[in-house]
Structures are given as structure tokens and as C-alpha cells.
Design a protein around this ligand. Structure first.
Ligand code: DQA
Length: 152
């Protein structure tokens, strides 16, 4: 794959900076910093270059999406609770028009009914949920394959 098509932005939304303090049964014990170190290792194995972003401010998440179109080739996003209701983030993702994979640490479809709704799912090439940190690796593989197809 050409070096020009391997740049992935990993975007974490609201409350993901609190990993390590959240219910371990759903989210595991890693802090965000530890999770990002794992994701960097996965990306290295897969020949992808990753950059990370986290915010608790919806507008900042939207503005980062506005900025990314020319800066990266693909997106992996876990918007946290915004996933379930933020039409603003959905619209910004549509504007970014990049291949994207939605990731959740927990199995959102097996939890409360409100977590089953995702307003971004149909804009993403795939959703990976309930696989903990390994789900981020699965998502990177899906993105790498998609970027490979796009640049073939
Ligand atoms: C989450 C699931 C969301 O429902 C929740 O609000 C989060 C994290 C996950 O990674 O499992 O903050 O996106």
C-alpha cells in the first residue's frame, strides 16, 4: 500500500479519557493512554500510521472531523455516548467523507436499549463492538483492507 493511504485518525469521544475509572465489566481496566499504546502497536504491525484525539466537548469533536478530510485517509471512531444521539457528529462525519469504522469497547447491543441506537452506523464501513481493546485491532484491519481496495 502506498504511504499516502495509510494515515488513520483514532477519535475518542466523551468520557473515554476516564477509562480505568469506568465499570471494568464493560470497559476493561486499561487507561486511555494504555489503550492508545496498544492501538499504536497494532497499527505498527499493520503498516498504518495513527494519530489520536480525545475530547469531552462535542463541538471540538465536530471541528476535528472538519479538519481531517485532507489530513488522514481513514477514521476509527468511538464517540462514546454521542454515538447514540449526536446528529451534529453524524453530519460532520458525512462532511469528512472518509472511510470510517465505528468502535465500542463494550457490547452496546447487549446493554440498555438506548445504547443500541447509533446515529453514525450507516455512514461507517463497519461497527466493531464488545471486543475490548482487540476490537481496535479488528477495526484497523478493516480500514487497512478498505484503504487498500480504494488505492488499488
Ligand atoms: C462506548 C459505549 C457507549 O454506550 C458509552 O456511552 C461509552 C463507551 C464503548 O466504548 O463501549 O462511553 O462507546
Amino acid at each position: 500500500m502506498s504511504a499516502a493511504h495509510n494515515r488513520v485518525a483514532v477519535m475518542h469521544g466523551v468520557n473515554l479519557d476516564q477509562l480505568g475509572r469506568r465499570p471494568a465489566g464493560h470497559y476493561g481496566a486499561l487507561t486511555l493512554m494504555q489503550l492508545e499504546a496498544r492501538v499504536s502497536d497494532f497499527a505498527g504491525e499493520l503498516g498504518l500510521s495513527v494519530q489520536f484525539f480525545q475530547t469531552n466537548h462535542e463541538g471540538a469533536f465536530v471541528e476535528e472531523l472538519h479538519r481531517l478530510e485532507d489530513a488522514v485517509d481513514g477514521l476509527m471512531l468511538n464517540p462514546g455516548a454521542w454515538t447514540h444521539y449526536s446528529w451534529a457528529i453524524r453530519d460532520a462525519l458525512e462532511i469528512a467523507s472518509l472511510p470510517a469504522v465505528e468502535v465500542h469497547l463494550s457490547d452496546v447491543d447487549a446493554r440498555e436499549a438506548w445504547r443500541r441506537e447509533s446515529v453514525i452506523r450507516d455512514l461507517c464501513i463497519a461497527t466493531v463492538a464488545g471486543r475490548g481493546p482487540d476490537g481496535y485491532r479488528d477495526a484497523l484491519v478493516l480500514l487497512r483492507d478498505e484503504l487498500g481496495r480504494m488505492s488499488a
